[in-house]
Design a binder for this molecule. Structure first.
Ligand SMILES: [Zn+2]
Length: 258
C-alpha cells in the first residue's frame, strides 16, 4: 500500500486528489504547544473554470503555482494536528482569472476541516460544555459556538428533507469508535450525524426519520470504496444496486492519483 493510502486512512481523508509524500509528518512547537503538522498537496485536472464556467479544453486551464493553508484536523494521538495543504492554483485563459483547487475536506476560505466541524456538532448533541468541546477538538470557543448555531439553523424544523444526492462519510469519534455522517453531496450541508456506524443503527435512523417515498427519491450515494455500506444502501434506497457510486471518481474533478 502507498504512503498516500496509509495517511489518508489514518486521517480519515477520502479525497484521492490530496497527495502525501514520504516524511510528510513533522512535530514542532506552535503557539507554545507541541503540534503535529502533516504536509500534503491538493491537485487535479479541473473540468471547468470555477470563475467563468468554461470547459477545460486544449489546455485552456493551466497550473499556476500553489497556495498553502494550515487546516485544523481532529487530534491524532495526543497533539494538536494540522494539515499543511498546498492547494493547486489554476489560470483560466478564457477569462484570465485564477482560482484554487477545492476539496470536501475543507470549505473554501476556511481553515477548520469539515471533520472537526462534524466532531463539534456531535459532541454538542451530547450536551458537553463549549469549553470542553473546544479543548477536545482544538477549535476556539467562538468557532464551536458558530458551528453549533450553523448546524441548528440548517436543520429542517418540521420535517426532515433528504437530498437526491447523498454522500456517506465516517470519522474517528472516541478512542476506537467511528461516527457516521451523511451530507448533501451537491451543497456539502450536513444532514445528520450518528455517534455510531453500526448497520443496525444507521438502518434504524433512516427508517424512522424518512418515509419510503423519500428514500426512493434518492438518486445517488457517494461512498468511500473501503466502506461496507453496500448492503444498507440496497436495503434503504430501493432503486437497486446501480444506485450508489464509489469514490473515486469525484463528481467534479478528475483524479491524478494512482
Ligand atoms: Zn474562466
Amino acid at each position: 500500500m502507498s504512503i498516500n493510502h496509509d495517511i489518508r486512512n489514518l486521517l480519515d481523508i477520502q479525497d484521492s486528489n490530496i497527495h502525501f509524500a514520504t516524511n510528510c509528518v513533522n512535530q514542532k512547537l506552535y503557539k507554545g504547544r507541541m503540534s503535529k503538522f502533516i504536509s500534503a498537496k491538493l491537485t487535479y485536472i479541473p473540468r471547468n473554470c470555477t470563475v467563468c464556467g468554461m470547459a477545460n479544453k486544449d489546455f485552456s486551464i493551466i497550473k499556476n503555482g500553489t497556495q498553502e493553508s494550515r487546516i485544523s484536523l481532529p487530534m491524532v494521538g495526543v497533539h494538536r494536528t494540522f494539515l499543511l495543504l498546498k492547494k493547486q492554483r489554476f489560470f483560466c485563459k478564457s477569462c484570465s482569472s485564477t482560482f484554487v483547487a477545492e476539496s470536501k475536506v475543507v470549505d473554501r476560505f476556511c481553515c477548520i476541516s469539515n471533520q472537526s466541524k462534524s466532531l463539534v456538532t456531535l459532541k454538542a448533541s451530547e450536551a458537553q460544555s463549549i469549553t470542553l468541546i473546544a479543548q477536545d477538538t482544538c477549535v476556539s470557543t467562538t468557532s464551536v459556538q458558530r458551528f453549533i448555531n450553523q448546524y441548528s439553523q440548517s436543520m429542517p424544523k418540521k420535517h426532515y428533507d433528504l437530498a437526491k444526492h447523498l454522500s456517506f462519510d465516517e470519522f474517528k469519534y472516541l478512542k476506537g469508535r467511528m461516527a457516521f455522517e451523511y451530507i448533501n453531496a451537491k451543497t456539502g450541508a450536513i444532514l445528520g450525524i450518528l455517534p455510531t456506524r453500526l448497520s443496525r443503527d444507521i438502518r434504524d435512523h433512516f427508517m424512522t426519520r424518512y418515509s419510503y417515498a423519500q428514500r426512493c427519491a434518492v438518486e445517488t450515494i457517494t461512498i468511500d470504496m473501503n466502506a461496507g455500506y453496500e448492503k444498507i444502501i440496497r436495503d434503504l434506497f430501493p432503486k437497486g444496486e446501480d444506485h450508489y457510486r464509489q469514490i473515486p471518481p469525484s463528481p467534479t474533478h478528475q483524479s491524478l492519483d494512482e
